[in-house]
Design a binder for this molecule. Structure first.
Ligand SMILES: NC(=O)c1ccc[n+]([C@@H]2O[C@H](COP(=O)([O-])OP(=O)(O)OC[C@H]3O[C@@H](n4cnc5c(N)ncnc54)[C@H](OP(=O)(O)O)[C@@H]3O)[C@@H](O)[C@H]2O)c1
Length: 370
């Protein structure tokens, strides 16, 4: 297959896709940032796309993308029963996505919410189960040479509740699919996916800025792994349609060298915020985060930031995407500069046209995509 670039929207013609395979898909998380981009691509390729939707007001968004909403909440028993049809490719992207939060909440949505979906889906004998995961599952002590599923141990720090839940859900997907004889594939996205849309990144960046907690940790010259949302969606889609991906884990990131400083300041620019001028030494930030977590726990509140955010901002994040490039011909198409320009344009339009609805219905302004 070499390094030839394949278009995910035309991959149907690829011999690797396999004869007689259905293009129909069942998606969770399709109302979210990554999921919407994936649904858009799936619809573009043709075939029926069904999306689990838990908020009634999101039905219209899903319909406007050309997909069919199926009302359901992962956490409500029986709600996933009508989502999957025999022969579908299942893309499971729904999760609790946040840097801070309580273990009970991460566990309920990300782990326990995956169980009923697996049960309902595997009964229908899907063609493939694709789990959208995160590079945050890797040990932060083994980042030299770039993290990759082939050689980097999975061992998220104990206080990274989000990543611990994602790893448990990964293991659940593997075990249950293997038991049922269903091919599974895992796609681990770089910790930071950006682009137009109400991403977890935009939400946390604005929250940190509002509370005065935006700092460059260390000298800010460490590499920061990012991926543009449409590039990520194409990678996830490919993982589900190429028959050679069964039982494999793929790492996805743009691999364009961007430092923490560049990342923070370009994001600040895109969101109309001032440059991030304050700096804090890593040990100081780490200690402050640990104390903040203790303080918040004692008061039953969520801390504004935590040790995981400090680590995320201060380690050298390099991802080895060799496998997905080699085996699926995937490569990023949108540069950091162009991706951030698109995010800035989306945010500017949002503020101009929809002032005051940033936390409202995500359908308020459809991001411009490729
Ligand atoms: N964004 C990143 O930087 C990043 C990086 C690495 C990996 N990932 C992975 O990519 C996936 C998608 O992330 P995202 O950025 O798109 O997050 P997001 O925008 O927060 O979307 C989360 C999605 O999950 C759905 N969801 C949450 N709880 C649910 C429940 N109980 N029942 C049904 N649906 C539920 C949400 O539905 P509502 O719309 O109703 O809230 C939404 O569609 C996640 O699995 C995440 O771990 C993301």
């Amino acid at each position: 297959m070499g390094e030839q670039v394949r278009d995910a929207t035309t991959v149907r013609e690829s011999p690797a896709f396999g004869k007689g395979c259905s293009l129909n898909a069942a998606v969770t998380g399709g109302t979210g940032f990554v999921g919407q981009a994936l649904v858009r691509l799936l619809v573009k390729r043709g075939g029926a796309v069904r999306v689990l939707v838990r908020r009634p007001e999101a039905d219209a968004t899903i319909r406007s993308l050309g997909a069919e909403p199926v009302r359901g909440d992962l956490e409500v028993p029986g709600d996933c029963d009508g989502l999957v049809r025999p022969g579908d490719v299942v893309y499971h992207a729904a999760a609790r996505v946040a840097a801070v939060g309580r273990w009970a909440d991460f566990r309920r949505t990300t782990i326990e919410g995956t169980r009923p979906l697996l049960k309902a889906a595997l009964r229908c004998r899907p063609q493939r189960f694709v789990y959208v995961s995160t590079g945050a599952v890797y040990s932060v002590k083994h980042v030299r040479g770039g993290v990759s599923a082939d050689r980097t141990p999975v061992a998220p720090p104990r206080y990274n509740l989000y990543a611990r839940a994602k790893l448990e859900a990964e293991n659940l997907v593997r075990a249950e699919c293997e038991k049922a004889g269903c091919p599974w594939t895992i796609v681990r996205l770089s910790c930071t996916v950006y682009g137009p849309g109400h991403s977890p990144l935009v939400r946390s960046f604005l929250a940190l800025a509002e509370r005065g907690f935006l700092y460059v940790v260390g000298d800010g010259q460490n590499q920061f792994a990012t991926s543009y949302v449409d590039d990520v969606a194409r990678a996830v889609l490919l993982a589900g349609v190429d028959t050679s991906t069964a039982g494999k884990i793929y790492d996805v990131a743009s691999e364009e060298p961007v430092t923490l400083c560049e990342f923070l300041n370009t994001t600040a620019w895109a969101l109309g915020l001032p440059r991030v001028r304050h700096r804090v030494a890593r040990p100081v930030a780490y200690a402050a985060a640990a104390l903040t977590e203790l303080w918040a726990r004692a008061r039953g509140r969520e801390p504004p930031f935590n040790r995981w955010l400090v680590i995320l901002m201060s380690v050298n994040q390099v991802v080895d995407t060799g496998r997905i490039r080699r085996e699926l011909g995937w490569q990023p198409r949108v540069s950091f500069k162009e991706g951030m320009r698109r995010m800035q344009e989306w945010y500017r339009q949002l503020q101009e046209g929809e002032r005051g609805t940033v936390d409202g219905d995500r359908s308020s302004l459809q991001p411009a995509h490729e």
